[in-house]
Design a protein around this ligand. Structure first.
Ligand code: DC
Length: 216
């Protein structure tokens, strides 16, 4: 089983990390994986079944009852939950925004999804974005980036997308959970996108990765 290099992009909600990851994937022909979609798909199924996301035992009991699939198709992370394929807009609903951090704090959910995330390394060179990619999923990669932006800018970005997303609350939960909290990984390059145009953010990230030895 061959292993390929991986670029880990982490950061809080609406920091710009997805856009950066998408651009790196396009420009450098990498497989891109949006790991947040995987936590959203588990949350989607919990809510669809009318289960309480706060009831950890019930959520953990659900995990082996469902076949969770994860693929990359046309550059998009596609999740299958048994025979269903929730769309990205379904996965970004307000109800999921409100519950996903509760589900993502459950260690058994993380163990299941981290192992699926590591399986993507067999496909080819990879860029994966999330919260714990540099700290937990691929701690040995030298290619780690932490994209951030001020709270105010992040709130404005989400509001401009029309999403009812309490980003501060989500980030607080993601940063304070016991298992794999959002942290800057050791050795990660930090890029603040608050006052930069996206082109400049992408250019800065590329420059830093090349300095770290990435062969574009
Ligand atoms: O990237 P996103 O905003 O779509 O992620 C949704 C949630 O999933 C996020 O609030 C926390 C969780 N998440 C996580 O805990 N670890 C990851 N690697 C990616 C996402």
């Amino acid at each position: 089983m061959s292993q390929h290099p991986a670029i880990a992009i982490d950061g809080p909600a609406a920091s710009g990390k997805s856009t950066v990851a998408r651009r790196l994937a396009q420009d450098w022909q990498l497989t891109m994986v949006n790991s947040g979609a995987m936590y959203r798909a588990v949350t989607w199924e919990v809510l669809r079944r009318g289960l309480d996301p706060e009831d950890t035992n019930v959520v953990v009991a659900l995990l082996p009852q469902v076949s969770w699939g994860c693929q990359v198709r046309d550059g998009q992370t596609v999740m299958t939950v048994d025979a269903s394929e929730p769309s990205m807009s379904e996965l970004k609903s307000d109800a999921i925004n409100a519950a996903v951090s509760i589900i993502a704090a459950i260690p058994e959910v993380r163990a299941l999804l981290v192992s699926k995330q590591r399986d993507f390394l067999t496909l080819g060179p990879l860029v994966m974005e999330g919260r714990d990619i540099g700290t937990v999923v691929f701690p040995d990669t030298p290619f780690k980036v932490f994209v951030t932006a001020s709270e105010e800018v992040r709130r404005q970005r989400r509001a401009a997308e029309g999403a009812d997303d309490a980003v501060e609350e989500r980030d607080r939960r993601d940063s304070e959970r016991k298992t794999s909290p959002l942290r800057v990984a050791e050795g990660a390059v930090i890029v603040d996108s608050s006052t930069l145009a996206i082109e400049d953010v992408v250019a800065q990230v590329k420059e830093e990765l090349i300095k770290l030895g990435w062969q574009a």
